[in-house]
Design a protein around this ligand. Structure first.
Ligand code: NAD
Length: 339
């Protein structure tokens, strides 16, 4: 029997989580929530999702806009085994009070502080730690991308120190109220950035320093990563470690992948909504100089965390073990598949 899931906050991440759940045999979306009757709310209904008001006293607002809601978030939570909270940054911590009151398991997103949950989660790095847990946080897009890359190297070869610079898309494509039209913004100005400690919330033994800059683009982040290794290693060693991990996809500039614009154009042809769930690693960026590995990757911020949310549901509800869950999520989302 399929487990019952609520998606609280049908926005950029929430709508993708709902669609990914709909592709799984062992889980179903019971309902999704919105705060207002906008085009996203109308599309949710059109796609067949039952709509609930994320804020109870907004039911009237939906009704006066002619949109039927099934009830409030509290009504929805009473029907489910788990909720995936996809509300805006810091709102998840507020929503947690309701989840605790009703005794519902909850997954939070990377916009929440790590103490919102018992475990910070990345499927390939620490699936087992989330097994049976009440509250889990799927880390942010940048931390997911970094953690996957570092873990894939680390599980094959011992590493000494990681330095990573992140060039971040300033906002998501739909965001028309904020942005950076002309400039490169060190973010934060005082180093290091929070991404290093966030990676350590999953891989505590990794020595990592990070810096981050925002730039005027909306489609992907780019990470320039340097990893000091404990032992001698070759470029081929790194390439084959990446090639074996389905959640990492290798791209080559010889095929025309000269920028994130080209990677996203490829993803537009490949996937629903151009979602690229994999780290996009430039194969020909991989280099080894004086025992240090250099690599550049791009991360589609809107989609990278979606498979992790699916695997977190399975871990918390003890539906499958790590290998089985990752394999099933990869199969259903066509991760690592090029046709
Ligand atoms: P979003 O603004 O696109 O969507 C948030 C949704 O939550 C909206 O539909 C909004 O109506 C709804 N909402 C507002 N108040 C609510 C409340 N009180 N309760 C429930 N829902 C409420 O935001 P997003 O980009 O999807 O981000 C959601 C979370 O995912 C954040 O923690 C964010 O940091 C994280 N995240 C975002 C990205 C990204 O690039 N967009 C990537 C990884 C992680």
């Amino acid at each position: 029997m399929a487990v019952k899931v609520a998606v609280n906050g049908y926005g950029t991440i929430g709508k993708r989580v709902a669609d990914a759940i709909s592709l799984q045999k062992d889980m179903e979306v019971v309902g999704v929530t919105k705060t207002k009757p906008d085009f996203d709310a109308k599309m949710a209904i059109k796609k067949g999702y039952r709509l609930y008001a994320a804020i109870p006293d907004r039911v009237k607002v939906f009704e006066s806009a002619g949109l039927e809601v099934e009830g409030t978030i509290e009504d929805l939570l009473k029907e489910v085994d788990i909720v995936v909270d996809c509300s805006p940054n810091k709102i998840g911590a507020e929503n947690k009070k309701l989840y605790e009151k009703l005794g519902v398991k909850a997954i939070f997103q990377g916009g929440e502080k790590k103490d919102v949950a018992e475990v910070s989660f990345n499927a390939i790095a620490n699936y087992e730690e989330a097994v049976g847990k009440q509250f889990v946080r799927v880390v942010s897009c940048n931390t997911t991308g970094l953690t996957r890359l570092i873990y894939t190297i680390k599980k094959n070869f011992p590493i000494k120190k990681v330095r990573a610079t992140m060039i971040r898309r300033v906002v998501d494509p739909k965001e028309d109220k904020k942005g950076l039209v002309n400039g490169i913004q060190p973010n934060p100005i005082k180093l290091p950035s929070h991404h290093g400690p966030d990676v350590q919330s999953i891989l505590p033994d990794v020595n990592i320093i990070t810096a981050a800059f925002k730039v005027p683009t909306t489609i992907m982040h780019v990470h320039s990563v340097a990893i000091e290794m404990e032992k001698d290693i070759s470029e081929e060693d790194i390439k084959s470690a990446f090639a074996e991990e389905p959640r990492i996809m290798l791209f080559n500039s010889e095929d025309g992948f000269t920028s994130t614009a080209k990677i996203i154009e490829f993803a537009r042809d490949l996937r629903l909504r151009y979602d690229l769930y994999e780290n996009a690693v430039w194969e020909d960026s991989i280099g080894v100089v004086d025992g240090e590995v250099y690599v550049t990757q791009a991360i589609n911020q809107e989609s990278i965390v979606i498979p992790e949310n699916i695997d977190a549901i399975r871990a918390m509800l003890e539906l499958m073990d790590k290998e089985e869950s990752i394999k099933e999520t990869n199969r259903t989302l066509k991760i690592g598949v090029l046709d």
